[in-house]
Design a protein around this ligand. Structure first.
Ligand code: SF4
Length: 108
């Protein structure tokens, strides 16, 4: 005869279901966003390149090699090679990329 409304099996099932939800949930919003294509008209408008070693230094003589999406004020988050950027909503940019609105992020 059981004294409580729940037996040990029901409690265990509930605990396992609670654990399963976070394990099955998507890792992050950026994991589902498409990568920004350099041929995208908006990317072309901002001269975005996924590799900053390909920046046109004749066109942008003030460019420095340490300027990357990874340390730009417009990139979101600090983790991952590909991250959302507020200049290109709905897309993710490569951390070694660059575009002509780059501005240094001040890390706190
Ligand atoms: Fe990269 Fe910054 Fe340009 Fe976004 S705004 S693409 S993070 S350089």
């Amino acid at each position: 005869m059981q004294d409580s409304k729940f037996n040990r099996r029901d409690v265990l099932k509930g605990a396992l279901c609670g654990l399963a939800v976070p394990l099955c949930a998507p890792r992050s919003a950026s994991a589902t966003l498409p990568k920004l294509d350099e041929k995208d008209p908006q990317a072309i408008a901002y001269d975005y390149v996924a590799d900053n070693s390909r920046v046109n230094v004749k066109k942008y003589p003030a460019f420095k090699k340490n300027q990357t999406c990874g340390n730009c004020v417009y990139v979101q988050g600090r983790e991952g090679f590909w991250r959302p950027c507020t200049i290109f909503p709905g897309k993710i940019v490569f951390h070694k990329g660059w575009c002509n609105v780059w501005a240094l992020k001040t890390f706190k």
